[in-house]
Design a protein around this ligand. Structure first.
Ligand code: ATR
Length: 273
């Protein structure tokens, strides 16, 4: 049977084995998908060992996405732009690296949530790896403009410069933001620590949609604040998780699974946990 795995550290709580098992059942694909915790300094060895044992492909999560980018011999355009790889495919002597995170975000926003990105004004919070994966995919949807706000302003400036050829991209400090955005996407890791990015309330209150790439059993701090401030539509990143997985599944198997039943099942699991 073809085998796949997600590599992370930690990885025990990864939902990817559940998601891919559900996709495989649904599409009648015979495959086995496990979670492998690689030591912090042992990502490359763990992947090479998995491949030597016949592994066909892998997903990569925190903290190994940049290392996976360096490991891949052939990179997709979107992996090159993100400088991070979340999906590896082993074929013959070659290791292909791709990044499906941005596509997963866009699919969740546009298809699952019905958000129109074309012509919209988007504010993205954060300038780390998560933002880097998201920005090119969002720009490809033709927003009127995309603004990057980051706690460390230089990192936002750098990203704005780097992606400026793909669309109208600006960088801003949090303090200077005005309430002029249709969509706010939180790509910071602040929620992990139960924190909020220092976004002025008026900016969040004035948005049509607040999206947090994080998710959990409880509402994320940003989404709780958005609700309190009257931001009418809000979503966490569980849909993005399922959609990035569906895109990886498609790269490996050439079949697109239906994501909605898997998303519903995961949401129920989260609420029962
Ligand atoms: P990731 O790959 O998850 O994006 P990262 O590359 O370490 O991780 O980036 C984390 C992002 O979250 C950065 O934009 C970081 O801001 P800085 O560049 O100023 O460090 C942001 N971040 C993390 N904790 C934050 C907090 N408490 N408030 C605001 N921004 C935060």
């Amino acid at each position: 049977m073809d085998t796949y795995a997600v590599f992370g550290h930690p990885v025990a709580h990864s939902k990817s084995p559940f998601i891919h098992a559900a996709f495989a059942r649904q599409t009648g694909q015979a495959l086995l998908y496990t979670a492998i915790e690689a030591p912090r300094e042992g990502f490359r060895d763990a992947v090479m060992q998995f491949r030597a044992q016949g592994g066909k492909g892998a997903n990569v999560t925190v903290p190994f996405k940049e290392e996976a980018y360096r490991l891949a011999g052939v990179l997709s355009e979107r992996a090159r732009l993100a400088q991070a790889v979340n999906t590896l495919r082993f074929e013959g002597a070659e290791i292909y690296g791709d990044n499906t995170d941005g596509a997963g975000l866009v699919q969740d926003l546009t298809v699952n949530l019905g958000v129109q990105l074309d012509g919209s004004r988007i504010l993205i919070l954060g300038a780390g790896g998560a933002a880097r994966g998201a920005i090119p995919a969002l720009l490809a949807q033709g927003p009127m403009r995309l603004t990057i706000a980051n706690r460390t302003p230089q990192r936002a400036d750098e990203l704005a410069r780097e992606f400026g050829a793909l669309g109208l991209v600006a960088a801003s400090g949090f303090d200077a933001l005005a309430p002029e955005y249709d969509l706010i996407v939180n790509a910071t890791s602040a929620s992990l620590a139960g924190d909020l990015p220092p976004l002025p309330d008026a900016v969040l209150a004035g948005a049509q949609f607040a999206y947090d790439m994080m998710y959990g059993a409880a509402e994320t701090p940003l989404l709780a604040l958005a609700r309190k401030l009257g931001c009418p539509r809000r979503a966490d990143g569980l849909g993005m998780l399922v959609e990035q997985a569906a895109e990886a599944f498609f790269l490996w198997r050439g079949v697109r699974p239906q994501t909605q039943p898997v998303l519903t099942a995961l949401r129920q699991q989260l609420q029962q946990a």
